[in-house]
Design a protein around this ligand. Structure first.
Ligand SMILES: [Mg+2]
Length: 123
C-alpha cells in the first residue's frame, strides 16, 4: 500500500511538531518565518526545472531517478513547512482545503472552463 493512503494530515503535522520540539526550534517557527520558508523551498523546487522546457522535464522525471528523488525532497520541504505553518497558525488544513475548493468550483464552473483557462477579471 502506498504510504499516502496510510498517513493523514494530522500525522504529517505531528511529525513536524515533534521535529521542531526535539530541537527547541519553536521560537523560529512563527507564521512569518514559515511562510518565507515555504516560498524558499518552492523556489528550490522550481530551480530544478530552471531552463528546461516542459517536455524535457517530464521526460527527465521518467528517466532520471536521482532527478525525481531531488524533486520529491523539495516537494517534501514545501509540504512540511506548510504543515508547520498550519501548526503555528492553528489552521484546520482539510476543512480549509474543502472550503477553498468549494470557492474554486464556484469561481471556475467546469462547464465554463472545461479544456481552457482564462483568468477571470478582478471583482
Ligand atoms: Mg530544500
Amino acid at each position: 500500500m502506498h504510504s499516502d493512503q496510510k498517513m493523514t494530515i494530522h500525522d504529517l503535522r505531528q511529525l513536524m511538531r515533534e521535529f521542531v520540539a526535539e530541537r527547541q526550534w519553536g521560537k523560529y517557527h512563527n507564521p512569518r518565518n514559515l511562510a518565507a520558508s515555504v516560498s524558499v523551498e518552492a523556489g528550490e523546487l522550481l530551480e530544478l526545472f530552471q531552463w528546461a522546457d516542459n517536455e524535457a522535464s517530464v521526460e527527465r522525471l521518467k528517466a532520471d531517478p536521482a532527478f525525481k528523488k531531488a524533486c520529491g525532497e523539495e516537494l517534501a520541504d514545501v509540504l512540511m513547512y506548510l504543515m508547520s505553518l498550519a501548526n503555528a497558525m492553528e489552521i484546520d488544513v482539510a476543512a480549509t482545503v474543502h472550503a477553498k475548493m468549494a470557492k474554486n468550483r464556484k469561481k471556475y464552473p467546469a462547464e465554463q472552463f472545461k479544456g481552457h483557462y482564462q483568468r477571470p477579471l478582478p471583482e
